[in-house]
Design a protein around this ligand. Structure first.
Ligand code: GTP
Ligand code: MG
Length: 206
C-alpha cells in the first residue's frame, strides 16, 4: 500500500470561516471530517497528514468552531481537507431539526469541491442518533460517506474485528478502524481518500 508517488510531502492551513460562503472557492477535490464533539476529528487529521499540530485539538469539547480548510500536497497531486465543528456539544433546542446545525448542513449542500465525507465515531460508543441522521442526510445529498471508528487503541486487539463488523452492520456503510495514538489504519484511510478524490489510478498497471 505504500505508493511513493502518493506520499504526503506537505500539509498547510488555508482558511477558517463560520460559513461556507466565507471560505475561499474550492480549487482541489475536498474531503470533510464530521462527528460528535471531542470524538477525535482534529487528531485524526493530524495523524493522517503526519503533522502533530496542524489542526487544533483539545480535551475540552467544542474546540473546532468553524469550517477549517487544509491543503494536502502529495508528491504527485493535491487535495483539501475540511475539519468541521463537532456536534452534540452546544445545547440545541428541540425545535431545531438537526443537532449538527445549519453551518454544517449548508456546507454539505453547497460546497462544490466536496467528494466524500468521513464520519468519525468513538469505537467504544458507536453511532449516535445524530450520526445516523447525518448518514441519512449525506445519502439525500448523494455524498459518499466513509465511517471511521477511532480511538481503537482503547480496545483490546481481540475486540477490533467484532466491534468494527458490528458497526458496519449498524451503519450500512464501509467502516475503517483508526487510532491517532498508534497510527493504526492511517494508510488504509489515506488510500480510500485518494480513491475518492480521483488521485489514484483505477488499476495499478501490470
Ligand atoms: P472538537 O473539535 O471539539 O469537536 O473535537 P475533535 O473531534 O476535533 O477532537 P480532538 O481531536 O480535539 O480530540 C479530543 C480528545 O480525544 C483529545 O484529548 C485527544 O487527545 C483525544 N484523542 C483523539 N484521538 C484519539 C485516539 O485515537 N486515541 C486516544 N486514546 N485518544 C484520542
Ligand atoms: Mg476539532
Amino acid at each position: 500500500m505504500s505508493e511513493p508517488a502518493r506520499e504526503i510531502v506537505d500539509a498547510i492551513f488555508i482558511a477558517a470561516a463560520p460559513d461556507v460562503r466565507d471560505l475561499p472557492a474550492p480549487v482541489f477535490a475536498e474531503v470533510a471530517f464530521a462527528g460528535k464533539s471531542n470524538v477525535g476529528k482534529s487528531s485524526l487529521i493530524n495523524a493522517l497528514v503526519g503533522r502533530r499540530k496542524l489542526a487544533r485539538t483539545s480535551n475540552t469539547p467544542g474546540r473546532t468552531r468553524e469550517l477549517v480548510l487544509f491543503r494536502v500536497q502529495l508528491r504527485d497531486g493535491t487535495f483539501d481537507l475540511v475539519d468541521l465543528p463537532g456536534y452534540g456539544y452546544a445545547k440545541v433546542s428541540k425545535s431545531e431539526r438537526r443537532a449538527w446545525g445549519p453551518m454544517i448542513e449548508r456546507f454539505l449542500q453547497q460546497r462544490a469541491g466536496l467528494r466524500c465525507v468521513v464520519l468519525i465515531v468513538d469505537v467504544r460508543r458507536g453511532l449516535s442518533d445524530d450520526d445516523l441522521q447525518l448518514l441519512e442526510f449525506l445519502a439525500t445529498c448523494d455524498l459518499p460517506a466513509l465511517l471511521i471508528a477511532t480511538k481503537l487503541d482503547k480496545l483490546p486487539r481481540s475486540k477490533f474485528e467484532p466491534t468494527l463488523r458490528a458497526l458496519q452492520r449498524d451503519a450500512g456503510t464501509k467502516v475503517l478502524g483508526f487510532s491517532a495514538e498508534t497510527g493504526y489504519g492511517r494508510d488504509a484511510l489515506l488510500h480510500t481518500l485518494l480513491e475518492h478524490t480521483g488521485l489514484l489510478p483505477d488499476r495499478p498497471a501490470g
